[in-house]
Design a protein around this ligand. Structure first.
Ligand code: PLP
Length: 388
């Protein structure tokens, strides 16, 4: 048989040793994310891909857009899913809202606020920050005073700060931004699908989220939306968006009626997101938020019984993500390791300033169930009793 290569070249690298077919361990994911996906979402992914311009796929895109609008409670026509994780959608908001030299005010009260700072700087923004201690939120007065002082083009803030477990109240912030001719950009990565969000009511101009937390989907496809005010700023740009892949001016032609090819969409993830959002809509937003709140309250009661305390005061505590203080003399990492080794439970450690001081426990989407709380509290009680 004729060889495919010319005689003077040869394959030098040998294949790795033959592997057995993939086996993925079963875990209960009760950390900051990913959370376990709903099995019905995994089943939805398990179909052959179809073309990203197939009429059936285009219809699915429309359904995803409508479902996202419902989930966020927004009428924004520019609402779609970015092909990438939450950080890609985060970068999409910055890339599309910020022109070099724009002043961006970031209200920082945890790790992800700093990620917004980093991204805005990379897009040439004149970034200013205000800060709150990790475990607290900003008041409307503080935010309004900062708008008055800095006169930014964009105010960026995290609704659900995953590093601290704080819910940032947003009532009135959008109106204050509008009054200062500023766009409000909000990170809803750890809140969408688990914590009340009313995007239009709160006059939010740009928002993003992820799929792998409150939506109970696999990671890799991320909600993104822009208000008409944000779109007007995009349309006035002097220079094109610096990031081609995330440019909403191009992507709206694919997600909108023109259907202009932009990239090969992650079609199986779209199946998954559609199913995740369909399940959310079938449950109903209010019922879903209620379930998260009830499961979290049940967890917080159980923590008290174990003698453990929460880092965040109850009125600002996220139902999706709880930061639990590590008792004196306990090795936080050793406890997490035991939970994984003995019970297949993943919990998160503290990030940044809170490293070693808290565990981060997520009860999000499909995982927000009292049975999971019982499983975790039993395991945690036993492991702590063993004195790590
Ligand atoms: C508040 C917040 N923003 C952004 C991100 C980044 O999302 P991803 O890890 O999906 O890229 C995360 C991730 O956990 C997050 O918690």
């Amino acid at each position: 048989m004729a060889t495919i290569l010319s005689p003077d070249v040869s394959i030098r690298l040998v294949p790795p040793a033959a592997l057995s077919p993939l086996v993925v361990p079963e875990r209960l994911l009760l950390g900051p994310g990913p959370s376990n996906a709903d099995p019905r979402v995994i089943a939805a992914m398990n179909h052959q891909p179809i073309g990203h311009l197939d009429a059936a796929y285009l219809a699915m895109m429309d359904e995803v857009q409508d479902l996202l609008r419902y989930t966020w409670q927004t009428a924004n026509s520019l609402t779609y899913a970015v092909a990438g994780t939450g950080s890609a959608a985060m970068e999409a908001t910055i890339a599309n809202a910020v022109e070099p030299g724009d002043r961006v005010l970031v209200a920082v009260k945890g790790y992800f606020g700093y990620r917004l700072v980093d991204m805005a700087q990379r897009y040439g923004a004149d970034v200013v920050t205000i800060q709150r201690p990790w475990g607290e939120a900003f008041t409307l007065d503080e935010l309004t005073a900062a708008l008055e002082q800095y006169r930014p083009a964009v105010l960026a803030i995290v609704h659900a700060e995953t590093s601290t477990g704080v819910r940032q109240p947003l009532e009135g912030v959008g109106a204050a931004c509008a009054a200062h001719d500023c766009l409000l950009l909000v990170d809803t990565v750890t809140s969408l699908g688990g914590v009340p969000i009313l995007l239009d009511e709160w006059q939010v101009d740009l928002a993003y989220s992820c799929s792998q937390k409150g939506l109970s989907c696999a990671p890799g496809i991320s909600p993104f939306t822009m208000s008409s005010r944000a779109v007007a700023k995009l349309d006035r740009r002097r220079q094109p968006v610096a990031n081609w892949y995330l440019d909403a001016a191009l992507l709206r032609k694919y997600w909108g009626p023109e259907r202009v090819y932009h990239h090969t969409a992650p079609v199986n993830l779209t199946y998954a997101l559609r199913e995740a959002l369909r399940l959310l809509a079938a449950e109903g937003l209010e019922a879903r938020w209620q379930r998260h709140q009830q499961t979290a309250a049940y967890f917080w009661d159980g923590l008290k019984d174990l003698g453990l305390t929460c880092h965040v005061e109850e009125s600002l505590r996220l139902p999706t993500l709880t930061t639990v203080r590590v008792p004196d003399g306990v090795d936080a990492k050793a406890v997490s390791r035991r939970l994984m080794a003995d019970y297949n439970i993943e919990v998160g450690g503290g990030l940044g300033e809170l490293g070693g001081k808290v565990w981060r426990i997520g009860l999000m989407g499909y995982n927000s169930q009292t049975e999971n709380v019982d499983t975790l509290l039993n395991a945690l009680g036993t492991v702590l009793h063993q004195k790590n």
